[in-house]
Design a protein around this ligand. Structure first.
Ligand SMILES: C[S@@+](CC[C@H](N)C(=O)[O-])C[C@H]1O[C@@H](n2cnc3c(N)ncnc32)[C@H](O)[C@@H]1O
Length: 486
């Protein structure tokens, strides 16, 4: 066959598939469950799964297919035939446009039910684990105001709504201080209220914006890479003390002084006020020279009788009260007697390591971020904990037989990897050294299930418990206890 003819036939097939996919509409689709990435799920008459965004279980919808895969369709809502009785009025005026809190329109009990179901289904379907004890999901006491860290961006070209664009009115107010629109990094939605952090978080953000505009301070222009104000971070601790960090794109000492003095005078709750000048291409804090304008430069947080120093760059679980519950579950699952060597893999700032230290002979924490390891060491010293040692490195490279020979074979491993789960090499090392117990904490039950599957010939999954750390979102944490099969 001549190559031109081949391509013409191929193009024809491709075109046909494309238009067929474009034209697939499904009427009266009943959405019956929800889970991964905030999708709600229904089934076609033929039994194919349909995943739909921006709807909730109980809704009946007409949808258009936007992605067609062998086992499922991804579709978007054309219109709602019936609204779910599980819907509630979203609290926030930015709901729908803002990328966060996508489940604000779903009753909290239902959010818990679907999160719990998602963990259970992943463990069963991806992990092929059965049976195991499945404990009830731990709800969050606070369903709003639970976050201790918020990050906002300044932008000179605010995200405009469709109505604003269609209206004939001239739009003068183009500044934004808020959140990036999902998948459109240069666009920022101006936020005037957010219920995720306690007050005076909103007052601080809104007053800064007002003060900056009144004093003709330029907001960051993403397109032309210029402007004065770049980002704002507001952190708090469980005593409701605040840390504020302003990133400036350009140096202007007079204006910096004006703005920072304003924050200091206006908000006595701000115990420490920081700033950095950042002309880089990205706005990450990690390589910036952070200056202290006021206070100690850090906040203190207490868990049980331990103190943790939280600097601008420190990782700390964002929902404090739920983090304490999560750590308690992990410690109970580990069932320590005081004689065990425990490894805390992906230790961050060593919080879990220190939380279990009093019940262990020795704890070894490993983490790839050197600053976090420095904080872990500093905090352990502060807490007079002498049986924890911390090491920095990429887990797959540092957690080796050689490392274990030097630091002792673990009786218990507590592991809390990032969303991607554990590297295959890390799982293999765990299997090689075969600790009695593994406590696996995860913020992504799909990768957790994948890793449990790899270990299931050697480890029995005894029990699993989901913990809700992020109400109003689909995110869920889960803790699994694995026991070595003898
Ligand atoms: C979910 S956090 C765990 C935080 C900690 N357990 C706590 O409760 O504060 C995952 C941690 O894994 C670290 N990390 C990510 N990839 C890593 C790797 N390849 N090797 C070692 N640590 C890694 C991250 O820096 C982060 O601190």
């Amino acid at each position: 066959m001549n190559i031109t003819v081949f391509f013409r036939i191929f193009a024809n097939i491709f075109q046909k598939n494309l238009s067929r996919k474009k034209n697939i509409e499904i009427q009266n689709l009943a959405l019956t469950s929800a889970g991964a990435k905030g999708f709600s799920f229904g089934k076609t008459e033929e039994g194919k799964t349909v995943m739909v965004q921006n709807a909730v279980p109980g809704d009946v919808v007409n949808v258009q297919v936007i992605k067609s895969k062998k086992n499922y369709y991804e579709a978007q809502v054309i219109d709602f035939v019936k609204y779910s009785s599980d819907r509630v009025e979203p609290k926030c005026r930015h709901f729908g446009l803002c990328g966060g809190c996508k489940w604000q329109n779903l009753a909290y009990e239902k959010q818990l039910e679907y999160k719990s179901q998602e963990v259970f289904n992943n463990i069963k379907k991806i992990g092929k684990i059965e049976p195991f004890e499945y404990l009830p999901i731990v709800p969050s006491d606070e369903t709003y105001g639970y976050r201790n860290k918020m990050e906002y961006s300044f932008s000179a070209s605010r995200w405009l709504t469709a109505e604003e664009i269609c209206s004939q009115n001239e739009i003068r107010d183009r500044n934004a201080l808020g959140f990036h629109i999902p998948r459109q990094w240069s666009k920022v939605l101006d936020i005037s209220e957010c219920f995720l952090q306690v007050e005076p978080s909103n007052k601080i953000r809104n007053s800064i914006k007002k003060f900056a505009e009144k004093n003709s301070m330029d907001f960051y222009d993403f397109q032309n890479r210029k402007g004065f104000l770049r980002t704002l971070m507001i952190r708090s601790n469980s005593k409701n003390e605040f840390m504020v960090l302003v990133q400036f794109f350009e140096e202007d000492k007079e204006k910096q002084e004006m703005l920072l003095s304003f924050i200091q005078t206006e908000f006595p709750q701000v115990k420490t006020l920081l700033y950095a000048v950042n002309p880089k291409g990205n706005d990450t804090l990690y390589d910036l020279d952070i200056q202290t304008f006021n206070g100690d430069g850090f906040l203190m947080e207490q868990i049980e009788n331990m103190q943790f120093k939280i600097g601008a760059r420190s990782f700390f679980q964002t929902n404090y009260h739920q983090a304490v519950k999560l750590y308690e579950i992990a410690r109970n699952f580990a069932g320590l007697s005081g004689s065990e060597t425990v490894y805390d893999l992906y230790t961050g700032t060593g919080t879990i390591a220190q939380f279990v230290a009093a019940k262990a002979k020795k704890v070894v924490g490993i983490e790839s971020v050197s600053e976090a390891i420095e904080s872990a060491k500093e905090n352990a010293k502060l807490n007079n904990i002498t049986n924890c040692t911390f090491f920095c490195g990429d887990m797959k490279d540092i957690f080796t037989q050689e490392f274990i020979s030097e630091n002792g074979r673990p009786d218990v491993i507590i592991t809390d990897p990032p969303r991607d789960g554990m590297h295959k090499k890390v799982v293999e090392t765990i299997l090689d050294i075969s600790p009695e117990k593994i406590v696996y904490i995860s913020c992504n039950s799909a990768t957790q299930a994948r890793d449990l599957e790899m270990m299931k010939d050697r480890y029995e999954t005894v029990k699993i418990q989901a913990v809700d750390m992020f109400p109003q979102t689909h995110h869920v944490e889960s803790v699994a206890l694995l026991r070595l099969i003898k």
